[in-house]
Ligand binder design. Structure first.
Ligand code: PEP
Ligand code: MG
Length: 846
């Protein structure tokens, strides 16, 4: 066994054995492209090389004829896993140099030899790059300089034997792949620990010399938009990718007013390249970037790689190929990474620009925005009123910051995790957000933000928040606009034809509901009604209600809130046009609605005409040690039932109102934080009474469905009891995760980084559903719930609902739908379709 295989159209070359590049070269040969002779080394051969067992490199060189010059390139299974850089011109030595100099001139010979010595010295002999990179390659004695530098550094002459040169190159590449850093890097990109490396050894087409010679790169789409266009450069007397690096002197490919083009200078070669592009598209079924060389007028194709592309381009290419019948709709759907769709919905930092990263935190809500730093919600509102975009920076946000968040173009918090207040609200608003920023030192009193490395930002300084990467960038960097075009809609409509799990949106406001509709959500799976009470005109009434001394006073305040809530619900029903709307009854502790600062309390005392001491006392009396585990959710519904009474009355009246002008509405009412059946029974009885009263007063019939939010471990365990009196169960995995782990969703960000880094948790469980622990509770809840009530509708409405892995879990557990923030609806639609296609592919193989 020679340990290598010549790549020919019929050779046994496989991606899993020889890597993607070797396979691609074979495919190019099968398309009759002029690929120079190439040998492929399989993964096991390269592995043996790393262990010191080299193939017969003299025989390999002999395969390429007399005086061969070759290149070696990596060929990993997936090109994204990387690999050592290519090394060109192996075989160049003094004798060869003299021969080429005689044939095509000293300059060309020098360039070839010089490139090889530099690459060999740095990447193979591992000498100090500074000694070799500083040489002025245009100097007439550059070659002598690097040869001398090599001798000085190694005390040896530069190796002259081509076979030895090849051996050393192969050995260094094989070892580089096995190194720890390379392994960690590729594993981070999804490569298995034992991923193999193939190598391809190819006869060089020189690109320098007599006649028209040079090299270039061509592709047939824009990597940013995916539109069809010929892009690339060609540089006479060059090799590799020089045409792209060295802008000077490179020709445009197509005719161009700005200067000479390859289309004019090398007409025939250009025409061939265009034809090869079409062949790649139609027969390899991919948009490829082709690396080519022209040697004395003859075209050689050295390599082709899938054009690296933005998500927007990926969607356009997939859809247009499916429209042309080159690939199926299913293949088009599988070619787009669901998470990448979020890039299309928001502005993005231009990935070609430079990034000066000041801080890094949890990427809590995608997209990018920039503005002046403000440190309070009030300052954000003022900035908005002046028409100045701002970034709201807080230690963490609370419900009272909501209006400030509405006014800000992005949010940055020192604390918090994926399901903390700032993260949840920002995702709902489609606002870029970073939480749990590491090394951020906030001084809100002096309005200063410091970083660990000593940078200081003052109020008014401009920063860019990249909510997709979690990076805070200094200044206003270039942003790319969102791209929600017809192509995007087409892809998602194909996804809807295929998927078998519903996708709803979590939407609290008419704006959210409109976004949900725009993204074709199949209804609202969670409307958090408490957010409606933070509007300016309502907060005071709400506080009056909280402060009421007697049931009569409370009833009076609620009476004023009722028409506001009714209007909210009517609007939601109208926007959703008959699609299901699931309204969750009031959930947070009442304390969240009260001011926390002395100044706020003084204002409230004025508004309610009470002594300040009264207000302070009442606020203190309502404080809890552990509010998230205290008087909230259904516990409030049972102890202060008038709030739920008012809410369900508003829901029923809105139902009647909205049904008058459109399809009959069947609202879904959801009770939060349940842990016992009796809680449901008590609330249910009161809801039935309100429904009966509204029916009598209005003289109109209506239906509704009553369900329970399963977000305490006990509710999951007792799902059988609970489902017997509920028509649906919706798993609130934010609280369920918090309570299963006993881990505060608002504070976990502080140490989550350490926990994940040290492998305690594979991922932040607020970000990625913990399928083992929380997942087991979901399975138990679903199973027991369904056993007691086979018609019970099952869903998830925690933040995990928009996460492809969680959707897979929910689908396998037989859930009816997932509900996620509106901007994640497209991701969920595509991810759900991919699950069906994957399953079909597996069953086709069986
Ligand atoms: C949950 O707990 O998962 C949930 C959706 O409710 P919230 O985030 O409002 O507590
Ligand atoms: Mg909850």
């Amino acid at each position: 066994m020679p340990g290598y295989t010549e790549i020919t159209p019929s050779a046994e070359i496989e991606i899993q054995l020889h890597g993607g590049r070797a396979k691609c070269l074979q495919r190019l040969l099968r398309l009759d492209m002029p690929v120079p002779k190439t040998l492929g080394l399989a993964f096991d051969a390269v592995h043996s090389i790393a262990a010191g067992h080299l193939p017969d490199t003299a025989a390999m060189m002999a395969e390429f004829g007399e005086d061969p010059i070759v290149s070696v390139r990596p060929s990993s299974e997936d090109p994204d896993w990387g690999g050592p850089g290519a090394i060109l011109n192996i075989g160049m030595n003094d004798a060869h140099h003299a021969k080429i100099a005689k044939e095509v001139g000293k300059e060309a010979a020098d360039a070839l030899y010089l490139r090889f010595i530099q690459a060999y010295a740095i990447h193979v002999a591992r000498l100090d790059p500074d000694e070799f990179e500083v040489v002025d390659t245009n100097a007439s004695d550059a070659l002598e300089q690097v040869l001398q530098a090599y001798e000085d550094e190694t005390d040896e002459r530069f190796p002259q034997d081509p076979a030895q040169q090849l051996s050393e190159v192969l050995r260094s590449m094989a070892r580089a792949w096995e190194g720890t850093t390379a392994r960690i890097l590729r594993q981070a990109k999804g490569a298995p620990a034992d991923a193999g490396l193939g190598l391809v050894v190819q006869k060089m087409a020189l690109g320098v010399g007599a006649g028209e010679s040079g090299s270039g790169v061509i592709q047939f789409i824009s990597e940013i938009t995916g539109e069809r266009t010929v892009k690339g450069r060609y540089l006479s007397q060059s090799q590799g990718r020089d045409a792209l690096i060295d802008g000077e002197g490179a020709l445009f490919l197509t005719k161009d007013d700005r200067g000479p083009s390859m289309e004019e200078r090398c007409q025939a070669c250009f025409a061939d390249l265009i034809e090869y592009g079409v062949a790649c598209r139609t027969r390899l079924r991919e948009e490829m970037q082709i690396e080519f060389t022209i040697e004395n007028g003859a075209l050689c194709i050295l390599d082709a790689v899938r054009v690296p592309r933005s998500s927007r381009a990926a969607v356009r290419v997939a859809v247009s190929m499916a429209n042309e019948g080159i690939i199926t709709h299913e293949e088009a759907l599988m070619r787009v990474e669901p998470r990448a769709l979020t890039e299309l919905l928001h502005k993005q930092v231009d990935w070609k620009g430079t990034r000066d990263v000041a801080l890094k935190g949890i990427a809590a809500s995608p997209g990018a925005a920039q503005g002046r730093i403000v440190f309070s919600a009030i300052a954000a509102q003022a900035s908005d009123a002046r028409g100045e975009p701002c970034v709201l920076v807080r230690r963490e946000t609370a419900p009272e910051d909501i209006r400030g968040m509405h006014s800000a173009s992005a949010v940055l918090t020192e604390r918090g995790g994926m399901s903390s207040h700032a993260a949840v609200i920002a995702r709902g608003l489609g606002l870029p957000c970073i939480v749990g920023a590491r090394g951020m030192i906030l001084n809100t009193r002096d309005k200063i933000l410091k970083t660990l490395d000593g940078r200081i930002f003052k109020e008014g300084d401009i920063v860019t928040i990249d909510g997709s990467t979690g990076e805070v960038l200094v200044g206003a960097v270039n942003l790319l606009e969102p791209a929600l075009d017809g192509v995007f809609q087409t892809l998602l409509s194909w996804a809807d034809d295929i998927r078998d799990i519903g996708v709803r949106a979590n939407a609290d406001t008419p704006d959210d509901a409109q976004t949900a509709r725009n993204f074709a959500a199949q209804g609202i799976g969670l409307c958090r009604t408490e957010h409606m009470f933070f509007e300016d005109d309502r907060l005071t009434v709400m506080r009056e209600m909280i402060f009421a001394d007697s049931p009569e006073d409370r009833a009076a305040a609620l009476e004023r809130l009722l028409p506001m809530q009714r209007a909210d619900f009517t609007r939601l029903f109208e926007i959703m046009q008959g699609q299901p709307v699931c309204i969750r009854l009031f959930d947070p502790p009442l304390h969240e609605f009260l001011p926390h600062s002395r100044e706020g309390m003084r204002e409230l005392a004025g508004a309610l005409d009470l002594p300040l001491s009264d207000v302070t006392r009442r606020v203190e009396a309502l404080a809890e040690f552990n509010p998230m585990l205290g008087m909230r959710g259904v516990r409030l519904g049972i102890t202060v039932p008038e709030i739920y009474d008012m809410q369900v009355r508003a829901i029923f009246e809105a139902t009647i109102e909205a049904s008058r002008n459109g399809a009959p509405i069947v609202p879904e009412i959801m009770i939060p934080l349940v842990s016992a059946k009796r809680e449901v029974e008590l609330v249910k009885t009161r809801i039935e009474a309100v429904a009966a009263a509204v029916r009598t007063i209005e003289g109109v019939e209506f239906d509704y469905r009553l369900g329970v939010m399963v977000e305490t471990p006990r509710a999951a365990l007792r799902a059988s009891d609970i489902a017997s009196c509920s028509s649906f169960l919706s798993f609130g995995t934010n609280d369920l995760t918090q309570m299963t782990y006993g881990l505060s969703r608002d504070d976990a960000g502080r140490f989550m980084g350490d926990y994940v880094q040290q492998g305690v948790f594979p991922e932040d469980p607020f970000h990625m559903l913990d399928t083992e622990g929380v997942g087991e509770l979901l399975m138990i809840g679903a199973e027991r719930g369904r056993e007691a009530n086979p018609d019970v509708v099952l869903s998830i409405c925690g933040e995990h609902g928009g996460n492809p892995e969680s959707i897979a879990f929910c689908r396998s557990a037989g859930f009816d739908y997932v509900s996620c923030s509106p901007f994640r609806v497209p991701v969920a639609r595509l991810a759900a379709a991919q699950l069906v296609i994957q399953e079909q592919t597996v069953s086709d193989k069986d």
